[in-house]
Structures are given as structure tokens and as C-alpha cells.
Design a protein around this ligand. Structure first.
Ligand code: HEC
Ligand code: HEC
Length: 408
């Protein structure tokens, strides 16, 4: 990447100023969510980083919000021109601000009786945009869903706050939950994935189906699949719709990530503070938390797990208040998208972490819900009993539950 890029004004100001987000308090029991003007600092680095780690965070943030050009390796097909274009609700690293820009299409199919990512037809992730946006002479268009796709799934952008803490929860801590006896018969399954950097098998924990265990690999995957930039981890260009790239429009030899961006993105995500600062804990919120536990939402939405030892003190032996067990659960035919990722089957999803929920506008993997009650109502499969108990809550308990979710 020789041509330097346009850096958002944001990247320049963040070094000096904390980003203060005005966050919209999400859904209540119905109607449009009220806008609360409480301010909260989002997008800061983890407390307790040393100077070198802080410098890595800032450099990573700058790369994360940098708009890439064709000369940087962007394209030929892509979904966004920077990581920050999609991950931006509240601060760089956040969820998608809307479902339009920040929702991505995944496809899958059955070929000769077996599940296929449909790589020969442009899968598994479609890139909807192409360099033609900037240069009309580009012979390649954005990808469309091919006829061969039996499954089409929309995915909204997940937030990255606290990602380094999630990465550092020991596999055994996550696996320990599986055998626990549960009155609703919920067990959960890990998505065991191979870390292609170390060759070791680990518990997947990132993405809607827990498809990756490691932030550097996710970053390289996103660089390729969302932006069309190849790296040493994923050196081969995606073929638009599975067809060869006309000469001059794709990578010419070596990986396009010449500046170590993948490592920089990982540093930013690893050192990004979690969105676990709660709104004031009122008696109603405390009552709502008891309801949450009482109707057994916590069977999957585990309130807290701890990180293991880490050379980075800020990541070492810390509580992670994520409200997720990071396991896959069968969620019923209403949510099933048919897509398989690693060991995750078509109806399985990772328990979505609930920290930072009040700073989000869209819920569930495809963003179909815009308030908490509708999000809960989509729960089926293993979550059916909990959802039914939610439906029979008395109004004061239901309101208290909403207040609790809104405090996250
Ligand atoms: C076009 C929008 C878009 C762009 C650009 C984008 N992402 Fe994402 N990101 C998503 C979506 C959608 C998901 C959820 C994917 C899924 O699980 O199916 C996601 C998920 C992630 C996750 C998983 C977090 C978690 O816990 O679930 C990481 C890590 C991530 N992105 C990093 C990056 C990085 C680094 C970049 C820049 C190289 C980037 N993303 C660019 C849309 C985008
Ligand atoms: C069997 C496990 C399980 C139980 C029990 C469960 N959930 Fe979930 N929850 C999930 C999974 C998995 C997702 C993501 C599914 C998807 O996106 O398709 C999710 C998503 C959510 C979301 C949306 C979060 C987001 O990021 O989009 C909310 C809110 C939520 N659950 C609240 C609750 C509440 C409240 C209860 C109790 C009534 C509950 N859940 C019970 C597994 C569970």
C-alpha cells in the first residue's frame, strides 16, 4: 500500500479526545424507543495498558477507520472500504449503525448431496460492490445471489468492544458449561475450529456462529471478504461470482496487505475496552435482573466468565461481563438460516453477548428485531421454555426485565 490513504477526521481526533457517544436507549415494551441523552465514553482502550500497548491501540484504530483505495488492494469486489464503515455504532468498533450498509449476505448450497460454501459461484460471503463505483471502466460488477444458492442469510455487524477479553477466556472455562445439568435441558455445543496460525484446535467465539477463535484470523477474513484485500493469512483474491478476474483488476502476486494492517486491526480490537459500564442500577433494574435469572435467560446468556493469565496485564485474569456462554444453541426453525460454518449447523447460533445492548438498534443475526421484546419472541428451539416464561410474565416483571436489559 504505497499510496497513503484518506483517514477519517475521527481517527485524528480520537488520539486526543475520548469519544463521547450519545446513545439511544433501546426498546421498551413497544413503540419507538425514547432517546436518552446520557453520555458514555465508548471506544476507549482497556484500562491499565502500558505505553507501548496504548501506542499499538492508537495505530490500530487509525488503520481500522482508514478508507482503502484500489491502490491499497481494495476490491475488485467488496462490501465496505474500511472496517470502520460498518463497525461504527457509538464509536469505531461498534455494531452497524443501520441494516442497510452494515448487513452482509452469506450463501450456501447443496452440491451432490453435500453442504457447500458455493465458492465457485461467489460464496460463502457475497461482495455487493465493485471498483466500478470509482472507475466506470471496471469490467466487474458487485455480486448477486447465484441461482445455485439454497440458503441465503443476512448478517448484521457485531460490535467489537471487549473482543480481546472474549478471546482470552480459556477454552476450558467455556467447555465447562456444557456438562452442567439444566432444568430446561439446555446444553450448548462449542464450534471447535482450527487456528490456522498455530494449527491448534480452539473454541470458536467470534461471529454469529462462533466461526473464529482468534482476532487476527477474523481480521484477515474480514479484510478479504468485506474489503477484497489479501494478506499472508488469506493470500488468494476472492473470485467475483466465482469467475476469473480480468488482468489488472486483482492482486498481482504477493499479499496486498503490505503494511501489516491485519496485525494493526487485531491490536485495536484486542485493546478495545468493553461496553460493560452499566446505566444506573435502580431497584427496578435489580428486580429485572432477578426476573432474567428466574426465567432462566442466563442458561445461555452467562453473566460473567473470567480471562486466563496473559502477558498483557489489562487482559489477564479479568472478569468479562458479556452475558454469553459463547456456545452454539439450536434456536428453532424461525431463526434457522441453513448456513453451516465449521461445526455450526443451519439452526445453531452463538448466544449473542448482551453487554452494550442499550447502545444497539438492531438485534438477532439478521437484524430482524428493533426492540428487546421482539428479539426475545424470535427465540425458539432450546430457548422455547425461557421464551414461554417471558410471555407469561406479569406486566411489572416484564417492565423490570426491560429496564434490566436497558441497563446493559
Ligand atoms: C460491510 C460491512 C463490514 C466491514 C467493512 C467489516 N465488517 Fe466486521 N463484521 C461485519 C458483519 C456483518 C459481521 C458479522 C459476521 C458474521 O458473523 O456473519 C462482522 C463481524 C466481525 C467480527 C466478529 C466480532 C464478534 O464477536 O462477533 C470481527 C472481529 C470483525 N468483524 C472485524 C472486522 C475487521 C477487522 C474489519 C476490517 C478489516 C471488518 N470487520 C470490516 C461487517 C463488516
Ligand atoms: C438456548 C439459549 C438461549 C436462551 C435460553 C436465551 N437466549 Fe437470547 N439469544 C440466544 C442466541 C443463540 C441469540 C442469537 C440468535 C440469532 O441471532 O439468531 C440470542 C439473542 C438474544 C438477544 C439479541 C442480542 C443481539 O445481539 O442481537 C436478546 C436481547 C436476547 N437474546 C435476550 C434473551 C432473554 C431476555 C432471554 C430470556 C427470556 C433469552 N435471551 C434466552 C440464546 C438464548
Amino acid at each position: 500500500m504505497t499510496n497513503r490513504r484518506t483517514v477519517f477526521a475521527l481517527a485524528l481526533t480520537t488520539a486526543a479526545l475520548p469519544i463521547t457517544a450519545i446513545w439511544r436507549v433501546g426498546a421498551q415494551t413497544g413503540g419507538p424507543p425514547p432517546v436518552q441523552t446520557t453520555t458514555l465514553v465508548l471506544g476507549q482502550s482497556l484500562p491499565g495498558l502500558n505505553d507501548a500497548e496504548k501506542a499499538d491501540f492508537s495505530a490500530g484504530l487509525a488503520s481500522f477507520v482508514t478508507t482503502e483505495q484500489r491502490s491499497d488492494g481494495l476490491g475488485p469486489v467488496f462490501n465496505g472500504t474500511s472496517c470502520g464503515e460498518c463497525h461504527k455504532a457509538g464509536a469505531p468498533g461498534g455494531a452497524g449503525l443501520d441494516v442497510g450498509v452494515a448487513r452482509v449476505t452469506r450463501i450456501g448450497g447443496i452440491v451432490n448431496g453435500a453442504y457447500s460454501d458455493l465458492a465457485n459461484f461467489g460464496g460463502p460471503v457475497l461482495q455487493a460492490r465493485s471498483l466500478r463505483e470509482f472507475d466506470l471502466s471496471c469490467p466487474i460488477s458487485g455480486e448477486v445471489v447465484p441461482r445455485e444458492a439454497n440458503f441465503v442469510s443476512l448478517r448484521i455487524t457485531t460490535p467489537l468492544f471487549g473482543a480481546g477479553l472474549i478471546e482470552n477466556i480459556p477454552a476450558n472455562t467455556i467447555l465447562a458449561r456444557i456438562g452442567m445439568r439444566d432444568p430446561d435441558g439446555i446444553s450448548g455445543q462449542p464450534n471447535m475450529v482450527t487456528n490456522i496460525l498455530t494449527g491448534k484446535i480452539d473454541v470458536g467465539r467470534f461471529g454469529w456462529k462462533a466461526q473464529h477463535s482468534n482476532l487476527e484470523i477474523f481480521a484477515a477474513d474480514a479484510y478479504l471478504n468485506e474489503m477484497g484485500v489479501t494478506s499472508s493469512i488469506f493470500p488468494n483474491e476472492n473470485l467475483p461470482q466465482g469467475r476469473p478476474i480480468p488482468p489488472g483488476w486483482g492482486s498481482t502476486g504477493g499479499p496486498e496487505d503490505e503494511d501489516g494492517d491485519v496485525a494493526k486491526f487485531s491490536n485495536f480490537m484486542r485493546y478495545l475496552a468493553p461496553a460493560d459500564r452499566r446505566l444506573p442500577i435502580t431497584p427496578r433494574v435489580t428486580q429485572g435482573e432477578a426476573v432474567f435469572n428466574g426465567i432462566r435467560c442466563g442458561a445461555c446468556h452467562t453473566p460473567v466468565m473470567n480471562t486466563g493469565p496473559n502477558p498483557v496485564a489489562a487482559l489477564s485474569n479479568k472478569p468479562v461481563k458479556l452475558y454469553s456462554d459463547l456456545l452454539l444453541h439450536r434456536m428453532g426453525p424461525g431463526l434457522a438460516d441453513g448456513i453451516q460454518q465449521g461445526q455450526a449447523k443451519g439452526d445453531q447460533f452463538r448466544t449473542a453477548p448482551l453487554w452494550g445492548l442499550s447502545r444497539r438498534g438492531f438485534f438477532m443475526h439478521d437484524g430482524r428485531a428493533t426492540d428487546y421484546a421482539s428479539a426475545i419472541m424470535t427465540h425458539g428451539g432450546e430457548a422455547t421454555a425461557a421464551r414461554n416464561r417471558f410471555m407469561s410474565l406479569r406486566p411489572p416483571d416484564r417492565d423490570a426485565l426491560m429496564a434490566f436489559l436497558n441497563s446493559l
